[in-house]
Ligand binder design. Sequence first.
Ligand code: SF4
Length: 286
Amino acid sequence: MNIHIAEHYGICFGVRDALALAERMANEGPLTTLGQLVHNPVARERLEGLGVREGNLDKGHERVTHRVLITAHGSSDAERARWRASGHVVEDATCPLVRFAHGQLRRLVKEGCFPVIIGKHGHVEVEGLAGDFEGAAVIETEEDIADVPVHALYGVISQTTQPIDRVRRLVAALRAARPEARVYFRDTVCRPTKDRQEALRKLMRAVEVVIVVGGRNSNNTRELVETVRAAGLTAHHVERADELRWEWIDGVEEVGITGGTSTLPETVEQVRLRLIEITNQHERMR
Ligand code: SF4
C-alpha cells in the first residue's frame, strides 16, 4: 500500500498562533477561552493540561477566570463589550483573516448593503460576523435564500472555512433569486482553507481512499470529508490514530491522508505510522 499525504494539510497559521498565545498566557496565570479555542480534541486536551478552561458568558461566571481569550474564530464587538462590562480582561486570538472578513462586511454595510453571510448556522465564527448587524442573513444552503429579506443592495461575504465553489454557487443563486437587486460579493474564504481544498482535489486523483484527520466538530475538516464523498471516493474521518480500522484499507493500494486547519502535525504523523503498523501486522498474518 502506498500512502500519499496532501500537499497542504493540517494546522493553519491562525490556529497555530492562537494556540501559542493561549499557552503563553496560561503560563502567566489562570485563563478561560471563550468557547473552544480550536475545534480539535487533541489540542484542547493539551490546553486543559495547562489549566486552561473553556467558558461562555451565557452559561454563568462560575468557571470563568478574570482573564478571558477570544478564540481564532473571532467575536462580534457587542460580545467583546459584554465581557468587558462584566469585569473581565479580554484578550484576543482572532485570526487576521477572520478580522478581514469582519472588515469587509462592515465596509459593505457602510456602503448601504444589507449584510449576508454564507456559512453554517450557529457556527461561532458566523455568529461573530453576524453579531454586530441585527437581522443579518445567513445562507447555508439554497433553501435559505427564500428567507433573505428583499433589498436593493446586498453585501455578501462568507465564513472563512467554506469551500469557495459552494460560496460562488450560493452567490449565483442569490443573484438569480433577486434579479432586481445588486449583489456585491467579497471573497473572504481564507487561503489556508483554499490550499487544503485544492491539495485534496489533487490528492484524490492518485488515491482510492482518503483518511481525513481532524475534530468531528471542525467545520473545515467536515468539508474535506464531504469533498471526498462528493467526488465518489471513500473518506474516513478520524480524530486520532487509534480509530483507524484494518477493514478500511484491506485491499487498497493507494491511500491518502489530509487534515483540517486545526489538526496538529503530530496527529497526522501518528495516523501515517499507524497505517504502516496495521498493514505490517496483517502482512505477517497472511
Ligand atoms: Fe485563520 Fe483560515 Fe485558519 Fe480560520 S482556517 S484560523 S481563518 S487561517
